[in-house]
Design a protein around this ligand. Structure first.
Ligand SMILES: Nc1ncnc2c1ncn2[C@@H]1O[C@H](COP(=O)(O)OP(=O)(O)OP(=O)(O)O)[C@@H](O)[C@H]1O
Length: 355
Protein backbone atom coordinates (compact mmCIF):
# COMPACT_ATOMS: atom_id res chain seq x y z
CA UNK A 1 0.00 0.00 0.00
CA UNK A 2 1.27 3.46 -0.87
CA UNK A 3 1.34 5.82 2.07
CA UNK A 4 -0.48 9.04 1.29
CA UNK A 5 -0.05 10.77 4.65
CA UNK A 6 2.57 10.28 7.37
CA UNK A 7 2.84 11.87 10.79
CA UNK A 8 6.16 11.11 12.43
CA UNK A 9 6.87 12.15 16.00
CA UNK A 10 4.38 15.01 15.73
CA UNK A 11 4.05 17.27 18.77
CA UNK A 12 1.96 20.37 19.24
CA UNK A 13 2.18 22.80 22.15
CA UNK A 14 -0.21 25.69 22.68
CA UNK A 15 2.04 27.66 25.01
CA UNK A 16 2.57 25.36 27.99
CA UNK A 17 -0.27 23.03 26.94
CA UNK A 18 0.88 19.84 25.23
CA UNK A 19 -1.97 19.10 22.80
CA UNK A 20 -0.36 16.38 20.62
CA UNK A 21 2.21 13.97 22.05
CA UNK A 22 4.56 12.07 19.73
CA UNK A 23 1.98 11.16 17.11
CA UNK A 24 3.07 8.49 14.61
CA UNK A 25 0.42 7.71 12.05
CA UNK A 26 0.53 6.38 8.47
CA UNK A 27 -2.47 6.71 6.22
CA UNK A 28 -2.70 4.50 3.12
CA UNK A 29 -3.63 6.00 -0.21
CA UNK A 30 -7.33 5.42 -0.84
CA UNK A 31 -8.20 4.72 2.76
CA UNK A 32 -10.82 6.36 4.94
CA UNK A 33 -9.40 7.10 8.38
CA UNK A 34 -11.44 8.35 11.33
CA UNK A 35 -9.85 10.30 14.19
CA UNK A 36 -12.10 9.81 17.18
CA UNK A 37 -12.01 10.69 20.85
CA UNK A 38 -13.68 12.77 23.53
CA UNK A 39 -13.81 16.56 23.50
CA UNK A 40 -10.39 18.13 23.86
CA UNK A 41 -8.40 14.98 22.93
CA UNK A 42 -6.64 16.79 20.07
CA UNK A 43 -8.37 15.34 17.00
CA UNK A 44 -9.13 18.74 15.44
CA UNK A 45 -5.61 19.90 16.23
CA UNK A 46 -4.21 16.85 14.42
CA UNK A 47 -6.39 17.49 11.36
CA UNK A 48 -5.64 21.21 11.34
CA UNK A 49 -1.93 20.45 11.60
CA UNK A 50 -2.23 18.26 8.52
CA UNK A 51 -4.03 21.06 6.66
CA UNK A 52 -1.35 23.54 7.73
CA UNK A 53 -3.79 25.62 9.78
CA UNK A 54 -1.77 24.88 12.95
CA UNK A 55 2.00 24.96 13.14
CA UNK A 56 3.37 21.84 14.81
CA UNK A 57 6.11 22.25 17.39
CA UNK A 58 7.92 18.97 16.69
CA UNK A 59 8.10 16.14 14.18
CA UNK A 60 7.16 15.99 10.50
CA UNK A 61 4.15 15.59 8.28
CA UNK A 62 4.33 14.24 4.71
CA UNK A 63 1.67 14.22 2.03
CA UNK A 64 2.17 12.01 -1.05
CA UNK A 65 5.85 11.57 -0.23
CA UNK A 66 6.58 15.27 0.22
CA UNK A 67 7.43 16.76 3.63
CA UNK A 68 4.92 19.59 4.09
CA UNK A 69 5.72 20.54 7.70
CA UNK A 70 6.63 24.10 6.87
CA UNK A 71 4.38 24.61 3.83
CA UNK A 72 1.40 26.98 4.08
CA UNK A 73 -2.10 25.45 3.69
CA UNK A 74 -2.55 26.43 0.02
CA UNK A 75 0.62 24.57 -0.98
CA UNK A 76 -0.41 21.29 0.66
CA UNK A 77 -3.08 20.38 -1.87
CA UNK A 78 -5.61 19.05 0.64
CA UNK A 79 -9.26 20.09 0.90
CA UNK A 80 -11.00 20.67 4.20
CA UNK A 81 -14.75 20.17 4.75
CA UNK A 82 -16.10 21.85 7.87
CA UNK A 83 -19.15 21.40 10.02
CA UNK A 84 -20.06 25.04 9.38
CA UNK A 85 -19.81 24.42 5.59
CA UNK A 86 -17.98 27.78 5.26
CA UNK A 87 -19.90 28.66 2.08
CA UNK A 88 -19.87 32.20 0.69
CA UNK A 89 -23.43 33.45 1.33
CA UNK A 90 -23.42 36.03 -1.50
CA UNK A 91 -22.36 33.49 -4.15
CA UNK A 92 -24.51 30.92 -5.93
CA UNK A 93 -23.76 27.22 -5.62
CA UNK A 94 -21.91 27.36 -8.93
CA UNK A 95 -19.84 30.35 -7.84
CA UNK A 96 -19.06 28.66 -4.53
CA UNK A 97 -17.94 25.54 -6.35
CA UNK A 98 -15.73 27.31 -8.84
CA UNK A 99 -14.29 30.00 -6.57
CA UNK A 100 -10.96 28.22 -6.08
CA UNK A 101 -10.65 27.58 -9.83
CA UNK A 102 -11.30 31.26 -10.53
CA UNK A 103 -8.61 32.25 -8.05
CA UNK A 104 -6.24 29.93 -9.90
CA UNK A 105 -7.06 31.62 -13.20
CA UNK A 106 -9.06 28.79 -14.79
CA UNK A 107 -11.14 30.07 -17.74
CA UNK A 108 -14.89 30.55 -17.39
CA UNK A 109 -15.98 27.80 -19.81
CA UNK A 110 -13.71 25.30 -18.12
CA UNK A 111 -15.03 26.31 -14.70
CA UNK A 112 -18.63 25.83 -15.84
CA UNK A 113 -17.77 22.40 -17.18
CA UNK A 114 -16.04 21.39 -13.93
CA UNK A 115 -18.98 22.60 -11.83
CA UNK A 116 -21.45 20.67 -14.00
CA UNK A 117 -19.40 17.47 -13.68
CA UNK A 118 -19.04 17.65 -9.91
CA UNK A 119 -22.67 18.70 -9.44
CA UNK A 120 -23.76 15.65 -11.42
CA UNK A 121 -21.75 13.38 -9.06
CA UNK A 122 -23.11 14.99 -5.90
CA UNK A 123 -26.72 15.50 -6.96
CA UNK A 124 -26.56 19.29 -7.17
CA UNK A 125 -27.15 19.68 -10.92
CA UNK A 126 -30.51 21.42 -10.44
CA UNK A 127 -29.32 23.69 -7.65
CA UNK A 128 -26.35 25.45 -9.25
CA UNK A 129 -28.14 28.81 -9.48
CA UNK A 130 -29.30 28.84 -5.85
CA UNK A 131 -27.77 30.72 -2.92
CA UNK A 132 -26.71 28.84 0.24
CA UNK A 133 -29.66 30.29 2.20
CA UNK A 134 -32.00 28.58 -0.29
CA UNK A 135 -30.58 25.12 0.50
CA UNK A 136 -31.27 22.53 3.20
CA UNK A 137 -28.54 21.51 5.62
CA UNK A 138 -27.82 18.33 3.68
CA UNK A 139 -27.60 20.24 0.40
CA UNK A 140 -25.21 22.79 1.90
CA UNK A 141 -23.06 19.92 3.13
CA UNK A 142 -23.02 18.57 -0.41
CA UNK A 143 -21.92 21.93 -1.77
CA UNK A 144 -19.11 21.99 0.77
CA UNK A 145 -18.02 18.53 -0.38
CA UNK A 146 -18.36 19.40 -4.04
CA UNK A 147 -16.18 22.42 -3.54
CA UNK A 148 -13.52 20.14 -2.12
CA UNK A 149 -13.92 17.59 -4.92
CA UNK A 150 -13.56 20.16 -7.70
CA UNK A 151 -9.99 20.85 -6.58
CA UNK A 152 -9.00 17.20 -7.01
CA UNK A 153 -6.92 17.30 -3.82
CA UNK A 154 -4.42 14.74 -2.51
CA UNK A 155 -6.66 14.20 0.52
CA UNK A 156 -10.05 15.20 1.90
CA UNK A 157 -10.06 16.38 5.50
CA UNK A 158 -13.39 16.39 7.31
CA UNK A 159 -13.86 18.18 10.63
CA UNK A 160 -17.10 16.90 12.21
CA UNK A 161 -18.95 17.64 8.97
CA UNK A 162 -22.28 16.18 10.05
CA UNK A 163 -22.76 17.59 13.55
CA UNK A 164 -25.22 20.26 12.40
CA UNK A 165 -27.59 17.78 10.79
CA UNK A 166 -30.50 15.95 12.38
CA UNK A 167 -30.15 12.24 13.18
CA UNK A 168 -31.83 10.85 10.06
CA UNK A 169 -29.93 13.09 7.66
CA UNK A 170 -26.67 12.32 9.46
CA UNK A 171 -27.13 8.60 8.85
CA UNK A 172 -27.92 9.31 5.20
CA UNK A 173 -24.93 11.64 4.73
CA UNK A 174 -22.54 9.11 6.28
CA UNK A 175 -23.36 6.72 3.47
CA UNK A 176 -23.20 9.47 0.90
CA UNK A 177 -19.74 10.63 2.00
CA UNK A 178 -18.42 7.08 2.13
CA UNK A 179 -19.85 6.28 -1.32
CA UNK A 180 -18.31 9.43 -2.73
CA UNK A 181 -14.95 8.55 -1.20
CA UNK A 182 -15.10 5.13 -2.88
CA UNK A 183 -16.20 6.53 -6.23
CA UNK A 184 -13.42 9.12 -6.29
CA UNK A 185 -10.77 6.72 -4.98
CA UNK A 186 -9.99 9.49 -2.49
CA UNK A 187 -7.91 9.48 0.68
CA UNK A 188 -10.03 10.83 3.53
CA UNK A 189 -9.30 11.81 7.12
CA UNK A 190 -12.43 12.31 9.15
CA UNK A 191 -12.66 13.83 12.64
CA UNK A 192 -15.61 12.92 14.81
CA UNK A 193 -16.45 12.49 18.49
CA UNK A 194 -19.09 9.94 17.46
CA UNK A 195 -17.69 6.42 17.66
CA UNK A 196 -20.60 5.01 15.65
CA UNK A 197 -19.76 7.37 12.81
CA UNK A 198 -16.10 6.34 13.03
CA UNK A 199 -16.91 2.63 13.15
CA UNK A 200 -19.40 2.66 10.28
CA UNK A 201 -17.54 4.96 7.88
CA UNK A 202 -13.84 4.25 8.30
CA UNK A 203 -11.43 1.51 7.21
CA UNK A 204 -9.07 2.52 9.98
CA UNK A 205 -10.00 4.11 13.30
CA UNK A 206 -7.57 6.12 15.44
CA UNK A 207 -8.64 6.62 19.05
CA UNK A 208 -7.11 9.66 20.75
CA UNK A 209 -7.11 10.69 24.38
CA UNK A 210 -5.33 13.71 25.83
CA UNK A 211 -3.10 14.11 22.77
CA UNK A 212 -2.02 10.46 22.65
CA UNK A 213 -3.05 7.69 20.23
CA UNK A 214 -4.53 5.07 22.55
CA UNK A 215 -5.12 2.53 19.77
CA UNK A 216 -5.57 2.35 16.02
CA UNK A 217 -6.80 -0.40 13.75
CA UNK A 218 -9.71 -1.77 11.81
CA UNK A 219 -13.05 -0.91 13.43
CA UNK A 220 -13.95 -4.44 14.45
CA UNK A 221 -10.45 -5.16 15.76
CA UNK A 222 -10.91 -2.26 18.19
CA UNK A 223 -14.29 -3.65 19.18
CA UNK A 224 -13.00 -7.22 19.61
CA UNK A 225 -9.62 -6.47 21.18
CA UNK A 226 -9.55 -3.06 22.85
CA UNK A 227 -6.01 -2.40 24.07
CA UNK A 228 -7.13 -0.75 27.29
CA UNK A 229 -10.12 0.18 29.39
CA UNK A 230 -10.47 3.59 27.76
CA UNK A 231 -10.83 2.18 24.24
CA UNK A 232 -13.05 -0.62 25.55
CA UNK A 233 -15.40 1.92 27.09
CA UNK A 234 -15.28 4.32 24.16
CA UNK A 235 -15.91 1.89 21.28
CA UNK A 236 -19.29 0.15 21.39
CA UNK A 237 -22.68 1.47 22.36
CA UNK A 238 -24.01 1.26 25.00
CA UNK A 239 -20.62 1.22 26.70
CA UNK A 240 -18.95 -1.93 28.03
CA UNK A 241 -19.68 -2.92 31.65
CA UNK A 242 -16.69 -3.14 33.99
CA UNK A 243 -16.63 -5.34 37.09
CA UNK A 244 -13.94 -5.45 39.74
CA UNK A 245 -12.43 -8.92 40.02
CA UNK A 246 -9.46 -10.79 41.46
CA UNK A 247 -7.04 -13.27 39.86
CA UNK A 248 -7.38 -16.67 41.59
CA UNK A 249 -4.69 -19.23 42.49
CA UNK A 250 -5.26 -21.16 39.26
CA UNK A 251 -4.68 -18.05 37.12
CA UNK A 252 -8.39 -17.63 36.50
CA UNK A 253 -10.54 -14.65 37.48
CA UNK A 254 -13.29 -14.37 40.08
CA UNK A 255 -15.85 -11.60 39.85
CA UNK A 256 -17.41 -10.40 43.05
CA UNK A 257 -21.05 -9.83 42.21
CA UNK A 258 -24.43 -11.13 43.22
CA UNK A 259 -24.24 -14.33 45.20
CA UNK A 260 -20.56 -14.57 46.13
CA UNK A 261 -17.46 -14.85 43.92
CA UNK A 262 -18.10 -16.06 40.39
CA UNK A 263 -15.20 -17.94 38.78
CA UNK A 264 -14.63 -17.56 35.07
CA UNK A 265 -13.13 -20.25 32.85
CA UNK A 266 -10.39 -18.05 31.46
CA UNK A 267 -6.66 -17.78 32.04
CA UNK A 268 -4.92 -14.46 32.54
CA UNK A 269 -1.24 -13.64 32.75
CA UNK A 270 -1.28 -12.04 36.19
CA UNK A 271 -0.30 -13.24 39.68
CA UNK A 272 -2.89 -14.65 42.10
CA UNK A 273 -4.50 -11.88 44.11
CA UNK A 274 -3.98 -9.24 41.41
CA UNK A 275 -6.83 -6.79 41.04
CA UNK A 276 -8.34 -6.73 37.57
CA UNK A 277 -11.36 -5.33 35.76
CA UNK A 278 -13.60 -7.67 33.83
CA UNK A 279 -15.31 -6.10 30.82
CA UNK A 280 -18.55 -7.46 29.39
CA UNK A 281 -20.39 -5.73 26.59
CA UNK A 282 -24.12 -5.15 27.17
CA UNK A 283 -24.93 -7.13 24.02
CA UNK A 284 -23.02 -10.15 25.38
CA UNK A 285 -25.15 -10.45 28.52
CA UNK A 286 -28.44 -12.32 28.27
CA UNK A 287 -31.34 -12.57 30.67
CA UNK A 288 -32.53 -15.98 31.90
CA UNK A 289 -34.93 -17.20 34.53
CA UNK A 290 -33.56 -16.76 38.09
CA UNK A 291 -31.11 -19.53 39.00
CA UNK A 292 -30.48 -20.46 35.37
CA UNK A 293 -27.77 -17.92 34.55
CA UNK A 294 -24.27 -17.35 35.96
CA UNK A 295 -25.65 -15.11 38.70
CA UNK A 296 -28.94 -13.54 39.75
CA UNK A 297 -29.83 -9.88 39.96
CA UNK A 298 -32.80 -7.56 40.36
CA UNK A 299 -33.76 -5.17 37.64
CA UNK A 300 -33.45 -1.46 38.35
CA UNK A 301 -35.13 -0.23 35.19
CA UNK A 302 -35.77 -0.98 31.54
CA UNK A 303 -35.90 1.19 28.42
CA UNK A 304 -37.38 -0.09 25.19
CA UNK A 305 -36.97 1.39 21.72
CA UNK A 306 -39.27 -1.22 20.19
CA UNK A 307 -36.56 -3.24 18.49
CA UNK A 308 -34.20 -3.25 21.45
CA UNK A 309 -34.58 -3.26 25.22
CA UNK A 310 -31.95 -1.77 27.52
CA UNK A 311 -32.06 -3.36 30.96
CA UNK A 312 -30.16 -1.94 33.94
CA UNK A 313 -29.56 -4.22 36.91
CA UNK A 314 -29.70 -3.21 40.57
CA UNK A 315 -26.20 -4.56 41.25
CA UNK A 316 -22.99 -2.88 42.39
CA UNK A 317 -21.76 -1.77 39.96
CA UNK A 318 -24.93 -1.69 37.91
CA UNK A 319 -24.86 -3.56 34.62
CA UNK A 320 -26.38 -2.70 31.28
CA UNK A 321 -27.91 -5.54 29.27
CA UNK A 322 -29.07 -5.14 25.67
CA UNK A 323 -31.73 -7.52 24.49
CA UNK A 324 -33.09 -7.52 20.98
CA UNK A 325 -36.83 -7.58 20.73
CA UNK A 326 -39.21 -6.84 23.58
CA UNK A 327 -38.48 -8.28 26.93
CA UNK A 328 -41.26 -8.74 29.40
CA UNK A 329 -39.31 -7.72 32.48
CA UNK A 330 -39.90 -4.73 34.74
CA UNK A 331 -38.13 -2.95 37.56
CA UNK A 332 -37.98 -5.06 40.69
CA UNK A 333 -38.08 -8.40 38.80
CA UNK A 334 -35.52 -11.03 39.73
CA UNK A 335 -33.62 -12.49 36.76
CA UNK A 336 -30.58 -14.60 35.97
CA UNK A 337 -27.73 -13.26 33.85
CA UNK A 338 -25.72 -15.37 31.48
CA UNK A 339 -22.66 -14.78 29.30
CA UNK A 340 -20.00 -16.77 27.50
CA UNK A 341 -16.48 -16.62 28.89
CA UNK A 342 -15.17 -16.01 25.36
CA UNK A 343 -16.86 -12.60 25.33
CA UNK A 344 -14.98 -11.44 28.43
CA UNK A 345 -12.23 -8.79 28.39
CA UNK A 346 -9.79 -8.48 31.29
CA UNK A 347 -7.84 -5.33 32.15
CA UNK A 348 -5.21 -4.67 34.80
CA UNK A 349 -6.97 -2.58 37.46
CA UNK A 350 -3.97 -0.30 37.94
CA UNK A 351 -2.62 0.23 34.40
CA UNK A 352 -6.01 -0.39 32.71
CA UNK A 353 -4.17 -2.32 29.97
CA UNK A 354 -5.66 -5.42 28.41
CA UNK A 355 -4.34 -8.67 29.94
N1 LIG B 1 -5.46 27.99 20.15
C1 LIG B 1 -5.38 27.25 21.26
N2 LIG B 1 -4.74 27.70 22.36
C2 LIG B 1 -4.65 26.96 23.47
N3 LIG B 1 -5.16 25.73 23.61
C3 LIG B 1 -5.81 25.22 22.56
C4 LIG B 1 -5.97 25.94 21.34
N4 LIG B 1 -6.67 25.18 20.49
C5 LIG B 1 -6.94 24.02 21.14
N5 LIG B 1 -6.43 24.04 22.38
C6 LIG B 1 -6.51 22.96 23.38
O1 LIG B 1 -5.95 21.79 22.84
C7 LIG B 1 -6.72 20.65 23.18
C8 LIG B 1 -7.14 19.90 21.93
O2 LIG B 1 -8.06 20.70 21.20
P1 LIG B 1 -8.83 20.15 19.92
O3 LIG B 1 -9.67 21.25 19.38
O4 LIG B 1 -7.86 19.51 19.02
O5 LIG B 1 -9.74 19.05 20.58
P2 LIG B 1 -10.84 18.11 19.91
O6 LIG B 1 -10.46 16.73 20.25
O7 LIG B 1 -11.01 18.46 18.49
O8 LIG B 1 -12.12 18.53 20.75
P3 LIG B 1 -13.61 18.89 20.30
O9 LIG B 1 -14.26 17.58 19.95
O10 LIG B 1 -14.18 19.48 21.55
O11 LIG B 1 -13.52 19.82 19.16
C9 LIG B 1 -7.89 21.15 24.01
O12 LIG B 1 -7.59 20.93 25.37
C10 LIG B 1 -7.94 22.62 23.70
O13 LIG B 1 -8.42 23.35 24.80
Amino acid sequence: MTKQIEFSGVNKHYGAYHALKDIDLSIDKGSFVALVGPSGCGKSTLLRSLAGLEKITGGDISIAGEVVTTLPPRKRDVAMVFQSYALYPHMTVEENLTYSLRVHGVARAERKQAAAEVAATTGLADLLHRYPRELSGGQRQRVAMSRAIIRNPKAFLFDEPLSNLDAALRVHMRKEIRALHDRLGATSVYVTHDQIEAMTMADHVVVLRAGVIEQQGRPLDLYDKPANKFVAGFIGSPAMNFLPATVTEGGSVAIDIGNGPLSLAIAVAAPAGARVLVGIRPEHLTLTAPGEGRFDASIAFTESTGSTTFVTTATTPELMVVETGRRMVASGDRVGLSFGDASIHVFDAATERRL
